[in-house]
Every structure is written in structure tokens, then in C-alpha cells.
Design a protein around this ligand. Structure first.
Ligand code: ADP
Length: 415
């Protein structure tokens, strides 16, 4: 392995990681640490077909990184032997400051923290993960890759909300968009799979996972996306409402709910979960098969919302060459794909049932031959995209000596 990048995705109480062989484009090892904090934590590490587990207290992200390193050792492939080129971090919000990936120094770290008011659930955890990884892997460049970056190209008409412009400017309220690493990666994979240049294609990408978003991409450049100031806007998600009349929030506030209750309601108790009691499409499918009317309605609401966005983005683009499904639901739920696109034949969009029912880890076309709009399923791989971006940055000499110096001189700053 000539170019090895450790990719880290830190949540407030979790940490996902993957060791990526950038030359081969493969995951060498991966893991998930959950329930970091005062309760009993769980860690699972996967390497060479084996799973190594840890259970016990992992009090903070520094401890989580120590457990991760120990799991690498126990699995027989210590991280030390990987000769890391970089550690790549997923950072959710880059605000209006960050576009391209950056090598993190103390200034960048502070800027990521300063963006926390825009992403209170994510950016503080991302920053803590970077800070601790800097200590755990001294001398290895830490690269931040921003979920918002791909959407920096949105035109003003798409990113501007129609509210008082002074209030918007003061509070940095605009559409930023999220899942950008996935939308960009998938749109490039579409072009590769079709043997076309990405510049030639107008695309709609449907990232349907626990979180869900859709983007319109003209010639490789993002021009519209469904997530907004936060990852709450747009499609119906596992536990998030997506679009909602802002008047409903005012109504609930006046009815006595406080801000934290609203936050919990919209981010954790809404979406498929709020409508049906379950947030996973596999459970939803079982309930629908059992004749559960609430589950049936939840799926209809979900599909209707996606379809509405497809119509809107066809108009934004003036027609699309390709519509692509990706992420957990998009890659696996054939029935949901079919339901979303049913009745769109008049727009040149249809699904071939036999192709749609094939299960495969590969990029594939599911529309009939000769369709005006090609419909595809393309697996996303955000970790690989982050690893590649990190390796490219370091190879281009972007490791400012000053950035490492700055971190070192920061000494034992408290997290
Ligand atoms: P995340 O946003 O957490 O990365 P994923 O992209 O992994 O989420 O998507 C997770 C979701 O994908 C699950 O909640 C479930 O709804 C859906 N999913 C995963 N596998 C299947 C499957 N085989 N059939 C239907 N839905 C699936």
C-alpha cells in the first residue's frame, strides 16, 4: 500500500473510521465506535473478513482513538505499519469559508469550531476528532473535507432564501447543502460508468440514506440541492421531517414547545419514524406487507417528496441525461426506486423491472435501452472520496510546515 489514508467521521458520541488504500481504491479496514461518553461503549473493527470487538467505557474521542489503534493491533494489522499519508476528516459545515479540502492548522480548527452555530450537532464533534487525531498521529497531515464544499457553486438564485437580507447576512442564513462529497463522487462515477465526460452530462443525484438529499448537477457543477442552512430541509428522511411550512414551527412555539423540543421533534422524531414508528425501510416494508396503513402512507409521502424534487430539478436543468440513486435506500430498495419513478414515462423516465430487481455492488443502469433519461444505481463511497482528496492535497505539497508548527505550538490546549 503506497498511499494509505485513515478517514475519520466523528459524531458527538460515535466515530466511524476506514483505512483506505488510495492506489487500489479499497477499504483495508474499517470500524465503528458507538456510545462514546459515560455509558458502555461498543466498538467493531473489520479487517480481512474478521471482526474484532471492544466493549467498555470510552470516555471521550481521545480514548476512542486509543481503542481504535488497539483494535488495529489486535486484528493483526497495526496502523503503524500502514505508513499513513494523511488522516482525512469529514467535516459537515464549511460555511461560506471553506470550499476545497484543507490541511488543518490551529486557525482552520478554530474556524471549524466557529461554524458550530450552523451545525451544532456536527462541527464541535468534527473539530474534537481532528484535534485528538492530531495528537494521536503527530506529524501526519490532518485534512478536512467539507460536506458543503460541492455546493459552493450554487447560483445566488438557488442559495438565497427570501427573507430580510440584513437578517440573513447577520445570521449567515443561506442554502449551503450537504452530502456534497457523495453527490460529487457519484456524479463522477456516473460519467465513468457511461464512458462520458462529466462536463457533457446534466444529472440529478438522489442520495437516499438515513439522511437524504437530491442535487441538480450541470456538467459536473452543482446548481441546486435540497438541503439548506442545515441538513433538515428537503426530502423526508429516516427521522427528519424535511420540508415543512415554517409557519408550523411558529405555531408549535406559540403552543408551548421550546426550541430544544422542536429540534428533537424535527431531527429525531419525524420523517419515516414520525409517520410510521420505524425509520428503516426494511422494517417499513415488513409493516406494509402486514397491511399497516401508517407504514403505507409513510412510504407514499417519502416517494411523493422525492418525485416532486425530480420534477423541480428537471425544470432547473431544462431536462436531465441521468437520474441516479445512491446510499442505503437508493442502492438497496428496488421497490422504493420503482415507486418514486412510476408515472414519469411522459418525461422520458422509466425503470426496467428486471434490471431494477438485480442486486449488485456495481454501478448499473436500470432504465430500458434507448430511454431518453438514463436511470442508474451507483454505490456511493464517501470514505474513498475523502481519502483521495486528502492524498491529492498532500501530494500537491499543501502540507504547510506552518500548519504543523502551529498545531505543535498550541501545545496541550484543552479540547
Ligand atoms: P447513513 O445516512 O446513516 O449513511 P445509509 O446510506 O447507510 O445511511 O442508509 C441507511 C438506510 O438504508 C437504512 O436506514 C435503511 O432504510 C436503508 N437500507 C439499507 N439496506 C437496505 C435494504 N437492503 N433494503 C431496503 N433499505 C435498506
Amino acid at each position: 500500500m503506497r498511499t494509505a489514508v485513515l478517514v475519520i467521521n466523528s459524531g458527538s458520541s460515535s466515530m466511524k473510521y476506514q483505512l483506505v488504500d488510495v492506489d487500489e481504491g479499497t477499504a483495508v479496514a474499517s470500524g465503528l465506535i458507538e456510545r462514546i461518553g459515560p455509558s458502555t461503549a461498543n466498538a467493531e473493527h473489520h479487517f480481512a473478513g474478521n471482526t474484532t470487538v471492544f466493549q467498555g467505557e470510552i470516555e471521550d474521542h481521545a480514548a476512542a482513538l486509543r481503542v481504535m489503534q488497539q483494535l488495529f493491533i489486535e486484528s493483526g494489522r497495526p496502523l503503524r505499519s500502514a505508513a499513513l499519508t494523511a488522516v482525512g476528516h469529514r467535516v459537515v459545515h464549511g460555511g461560506a469559508i471553506f470550499g476545497d479540502p484543507v490541511v488543518v492548522d490551529s486557525t482552520v480548527l478554530q474556524q471549524i469550531r466557529d461554524l458550530s452555530s450552523l451545525a451544532p450537532l456536527h462541527n464541535p464533534a468534527n473539530a474534537t476528532g481532528i484535534e485528538q487525531a492530531t495528537r494521536a498521529f503527530p506529524g501526519i497531515p490532518q485534512v478536512a473535507v467539507f460536506d458543503t464544499a460541492f455546493f459552493r457553486t450554487l447560483p445566488a438564485a438557488a442559495y438565497t432564501y427570501a427573507i430580510d437580507r440584513t437578517v440573513a447576512a447577520e445570521h449567515r442564513i443561506r442554502r449551503y447543502g450537504f452530502h456534497g462529497t457523495s453527490h460529487q463522487y457519484v456524479s463522477q462515477q456516473v460519467a465513468i460508468a457511461l464512458g462520458r465526460d462529466v462536463e457533457e452530462l446534466d444529472q440529478i443525484v438522489l442520495h437516499l440514506g438515513n439522511g437524504a438529499s437530491v442535487s441538480a448537477i450541470r456538467g459536473g457543477v452543482a446548481v441546486e440541492t435540497s438541503m439548506g442552512l442545515t441538513p433538515l430541509e428537503g426530502l423526508v428522511m429516516g427521522t427528519r421531517s424535511g420540508d415543512l411550512d415554517p409557519g408550523a414551527l411558529l405555531h408549535l412555539l406559540r403552543s408551548g414547545l421550546d426550541v430544544d423540543q422542536l429540534d428533537t421533534l424535527l431531527n429525531r422524531q419525524s420523517g419515516l419514524l414520525g409517520l410510521s414508528g420505524v425509520n428503516d425501510f426494511r422494517d417499513l416494508a415488513r409493516r406494509i406487507a402486514d397491511g399497516d396503513a401508517e407504514a403505507e402512507l409513510a412510504q407514499q409521502v417519502y416517494c411523493h417528496r422525492v418525485r416532486k424534487y425530480i420534477g423541480a430539478y428537471l425544470a432547473v436543468l431544462g431536462g436531465a441525461d441521468v437520474i441516479t440513486f445512491t446510499a442505503g435506500v437508493g442502492e438497496n430498495a428496488a421497490a422504493v426506486r420503482a415507486q418514486i419513478l412510476s408515472g414519469l414515462e411522459g418525461l422520458g423516465i422509466s425503470v426496467d423491472d428486471a434490471r431494477n430487481s438485480v442486486r449488485s455492488p456495481d454501478a448499473r443502469i436500470i432504465s430500458p435501452d434507448g430511454s431518453p433519461v438514463t436511470v442508474m444505481v451507483v454505490p456511493t463511497n464517501e470514505e474513498l472520496a475523502i481519502a483521495r482528496a486528502s492524498a491529492r492535497l498532500v501530494a500537491n505539497g499543501a502540507v504547510a510546515g506552518s500548519s504543523r508548527h502551529a498545531l505543535r505550538s498550541k501545545g496541550k490546549a484543552q479540547p
